[in-house]
Design a protein around this ligand. Structure first.
Ligand SMILES: CC(C)(COP(=O)(O)OP(=O)(O)OC[C@H]1O[C@@H](n2cnc3c(N)ncnc32)[C@H](O)[C@@H]1OP(=O)(O)O)[C@@H](O)C(=O)NCCC(=O)NCCS
Length: 175
């Protein structure tokens, strides 16, 4: 396995739009999502126009040594934000760097959320069957705060909600 890289986040721009669609349409990402169909370019363009016009949503590109490796989306509400992300699964698997880059992206996300963004709480959701995601989040201090059922492509699925407060994150940080 490659060493854990340093990942930095930067705001996404229009030039990133097509790359994001390729990543989102990867089989692994679709299977982790709440809608699993392949997203068409016009559907993606409409979503892109919506999110980039919405001041409460921030789409950031995770970069390892200037190479784009994933997307991190913050959807602000109250004094915190909901967070979702996906990675360039094919590119990272080819470089045998998926897990270390995932860890590095999680670190960069928390540093940004509780640093420059100033959120008091970061929340997220994942399918319960996607236990690797939930386990990794727990290692960073997230706790499961609840669950609910929703239909994914007509099938009932359990969705776990998890959260981490800025205060809890600072307590866990090494001095
Ligand atoms: C994977 C993950 C990002 C998928 O989220 P999602 O299913 O797209 O759900 P979101 O809440 O972000 O999307 C909300 C809506 O936008 C749509 N949407 C999301 N991205 C879109 C895109 N690029 N183009 C068009 N529509 C899009 C969704 O279909 C959904 O539509 P609906 O509300 O009409 O049903 C999210 O579940 C997550 O962060 N999970 C934990 C981390 C993880 O497992 N990541 C993948 C591992 S690499």
């Amino acid at each position: 396995m490659s060493p854990v890289p340093t990942v930095k986040l930067r705001p996404a721009c229009d030039d990133d739009r097509d790359l994001i669609l390729t990543w989102r349409n990867h089989r692994v990402v679709r299977q982790a999502s709440f809608t699993t169909h392949e997203i068409a370019p016009d559907e993606h363009a409409a979503w892109w126009a919506r999110v980039t016009a919405d001041d409460s949503r921030h789409v950031l590109i995770a970069c390892a040594d200037d190479t784009p490796v994933g997307v991190v989306i913050f959807d602000e509400s109250g004094d915190g934000a909901d967070w979702s992300f996906y990675l360039d699964v094919d590119g990272l698997e080819a470089r045998r760097a998926l897990l270390p880059t995932w860890i590095a992206t999680e670190i960069a996300t928390l540093d940004h959320a509780f640093g420059p963004a100033g959120y008091a709480e970061l929340r997220g959701e994942a399918l319960a069957k996607n236990s690797a995601v939930v386990k990794l989040h727990e290692r960073f201090g997230f706790t499961v705060t609840g669950e609910y059922q929703r239909e994914v492509d007509g099938e009932p699925e359990t969705v776990l909600r998890y959260a981490l407060t800025a205060a809890a994150y600072r307590e866990e940080e090494p001095a």
